[in-house]
Design a binder for this molecule. Structure first.
Ligand code: APR
Length: 236
């Protein structure tokens, strides 16, 4: 029976793929007013701007961004462990690298959903939509004639996958945190669901403050993940 390793990732794991993080210098929230482009009121106020913001990010992701060695390292771990990735990231780089169990807390950039029936989710590019490519607008319609919105959890909205994520954290034999500033809740609270005594590793070149028992690897993801793999294999 493989040990269950639960890995919580943030924007830092995609940084070396060329995806901007949010709060590092020059990050997304330095260049865009977060409450304009990533909040529920922002979407109410100016849906066209939000469609444009996510369409630009989506196009960049699909056309120019590739998984990096850190994403691939987590796939490598699947040989020895039952690996569950819980990501705050909306990119699909874990999936494209080959991770088989990925849970998105903040939604998925490559998906949009019906405004009338949130259970109708479309992965772009999608020939069922009135706009066939990677770009959506307020005029994009699904096959039922309904407008669509990014399948993203905006600030101010519920995080429906937090419950299954917390359950996974509570079942972990090993818990790993990679590339997150641990400032956005409830994602940052996942740590609290990890049972006492379960080893916790945190890979981040500029780690946030964490409890003393967390094993911090203060390196970038493409160096820290291989180091972690060696550590874990030695303990097998
Ligand atoms: N390797 C590993 N970590 C890195 C790297 C790297 N090469 N480069 C930067 N980091 C780390 C930073 O040190 C920081 O701790 O990644 C983290 C990025 O933090 P944020 O930009 O705050 O990203 P994240 O924690 O994922 O943000 C959480 O905030 O805006 C919301 O929904 C958005 O999911 C996002 C959430």
């Amino acid at each position: 029976m493989k040990k269950k390793i639960v890995i919580s990732t943030g924007a830092g794991i995609s940084a070396e793929s060329g995806m901007s993080t949010y709060r590092d210098a020059g990050g997304l929230w330095d260049n865009y007013p977060v409450m304009e482009v990533a909040s529920d009121e922002g979407f109410e106020r100016n849906p066209a701007l939000i469609h444009q913001f996510y369409s630009n990010l989506r196009t960049k992701l699909a056309q120019t961004i590739q998984p990096n060695d850190a994403h691939r390292g987590l796939v490598e771990l699947e040989k020895d462990f039952d690996v569950h990735v819980i990501t705050q990231n909306v990119d699909d780089l874990h999936e494209r690298a080959g991770s088989t169990q990925v849970l998105h807390l903040h939604g998925e950039l490559m998906k949009v959903r019906s405004m009338r029936r949130p259970d109708r989710i479309y992965t772009l590019p999608c020939d069922q939509l009135s706009d066939k490519g990677l770009v959506t607008t307020v005029d994009t319609r699904d096959p039922y004639g309904d407008p669509v919105r990014p399948h993203i959890v905006f600030f101010g909205e519920a995080v429906p996958n937090m419950e299954p994520a917390a359950r996974l954290a509570s079942q972990a034999d090993i818990f790993v945190i990679i590339g997150t500033s641990l400032v956005v809740y409830p994602a940052a609270a996942l740590l609290q669901y990890v049972p006492h005594g379960v080893p916790i590793y945190y890979i981040d070149p500029r780690p946030a403050k964490v409890p003393s028992w967390v094993h911090v690897i203060a390196r970038k993801a493409t160096e820290g993940v291989p180091e972690l793999i060696n550590l874990l294999r030695q303990q097998q």
